[in-house]
Write a protein that binds this ligand. Structure first.
Ligand code: GLA
Length: 412
């Protein structure tokens, strides 16, 4: 009898819950792509996005792994139509969103879109609240592969419940859609979001500066700030956060500001850290105007490989002494990525005696004792082998710059 009941419930329930995004294994490594917000805010349109797509292809960004093209806030008209459907802004997107998504797909890339769990988006466009299933069906009909879902005007909503509703709506479409939760870390999303989405923001918005706070209190009902990269790095307890990152579920340190006005050293640091932290790597610059140096940072294959490592372990801060921080990330083949960061205003003279150091990641049960395990050392920005751990590592690290190395055990 019990067996019969089980069989009946399986037959009845499976058709309704047979599809799940998690089963689709989306985002087994941190998502990579481009998002319109950091440079263009709501000033976006079809020509711009198509131009960005073309450049991502011709500059090798797509082939380096940046495969999602995401339009953020500002793509909609201010009102839903008479049937309650979202309407693309007819001036910005005269051919509709499906046309744009088709274009992105024709280049072998994936297409993403933005909305918000509240009644309005942060930019004041129609939010998703109460329309979750209708919107999800519309996105799927357009060929959307990625949804970034924000948290403005959420009123009395409970975050995990609101995001669960949208996740279920996405499941119901039957289309695999990566779900990027943008709740700014307000209600500790690392505790609940891994079951709901593929990544979750851990902070308010990023700002292209090394360590500043960009305050916005000009007449708005609530003061808010955008944050420099060091502020975002230190906003939460990384030892708490890193427990929750794993293939399919990532802490999101926000879209990148590489190429948006920081110094080259700061851009290098930003990219190295986001890679070490296994954060999504979403470009936030005007790709059409990427300089050679910026492109070199963003397409550094060996650093991208650290970000995309299949173990999916988020780096930890191994040491902090004065202006020097050392971040460490265990990789799948027994190698480790190490990032020596100079947060100070002056060049830092580094002498690192490997033999005295043991990297121990108790959380993920990884350890390397350099006194017992000799390794080769490779400088990932210089793309050069620079010796072995049998010799001290000596380098001068410029202001706000990093030395990012990979250490690989020598074959015995
Ligand atoms: C919030 C998000 C940003 C961006 C804007 C759009 O501030 O955190 O990333 O999506 O909304 O209005």
């Amino acid at each position: 009898m019990k067996r019969l009941l089980l069989l009946i419930s399986v037959c009845v329930l499976v058709p309704f819950c047979g599809f799940s995004q998690k089963a689709e294994r989306l985002a087994q490594t941190p998502p990579m792509g481009w998002n319109s917000w950091n440079t263009f805010a709501t000033d976006i349109n079809e020509d711009l996005v198509m131009g960005v797509v073309d450049c991502m292809v011709s500059m090798g960004l797509r082939d380096a792994g940046y495969n999602y093209v995401v339009i953020d806030d500002g793509w909609m008209a201010k009102e839903r139509d008479a049937n309650g459907n979202l309407v693309p802004d007819p001036v910005k997107f005269p051919n509709g969103i499906k046309h744009l998504a088709d274009y992105v797909h024709s280049k072998g890339m994936k297409f993403g879109i933005y909305n918000c769990a509240g009644t309005q988006t942060c930019g004041g466009y129609p939010g998703g609240r109460g329309h979750e299933y209708q919107d999800a069906m519309l996105y799927a009909s357009w060929g959307v592969d990625y949804l970034k879902y924000d948290w403005c005007y959420h009123g009395n909503l409970t975050s995990d419940a609101a995001y669960t509703t949208m996740r279920d709506a996405l499941y119901a479409t039957g289309r695999p859609i990566l779900f990027s939760i943008c709740e700014w870390g307000d209600t500790e999303p690392w505790l609940w979001a891994g079951e709901i989405g593929h990544c979750w923001r851990i902070s308010g918005d990023i700002y292209p500066c090394f360590d500043c706070e960009d305050r916005h209190d000009d007449g708005l009902p609530t003061q808010w700030s955008a944050w420099g990269i060091m502020k975002i790095l230190n906003m939460r307890n990384n030892d708490t956060l890193r427990k929750y990152a794993h293939p399919g579920a990532w802490n999101d340190f926000d879209m990148m500001e590489v190429g948006n006005g920081m110094s080259l050293a700061e851009d290098r640091t930003h990219f190295a850290l986001w890679s070490m932290l296994a954060s999504p790597l979403m470009l936030g610059n005007d790709v059409r105007k990427t300089s050679k140096q910026t492109l070199e940072i963003l397409t550094n294959k060996e650093i991208i490989a650290v970000n995309q490592d299949e173990l999916g372990i988020q780096a930890f801060r191994y040491a902090k002494q004065g202006d020097l921080e050392i971040w460490a990330k265990p990789l799948h083949d027994g190698s480790w990525a190490l990032c020596f960061l100079n947060t100070g205003e002056n060049p830092y003279k580094l002498t690192f005696d490997w033999g005295k150091h043991v990297l121990k990641d108790s959380l993920f049960n990884k350890e390397i004792v350099f006194a017992n395990t000799a390794c080769t050392v490779r400088d990932l920005y210089a793309k050069k082998d620079i010796g072995t751990t049998k010799k001290n590592l000596q380098a001068t690290i410029g202001k706000h710059d990093v030395l990012m190395v990979m250490v690989k055990p020598l074959k015995k």
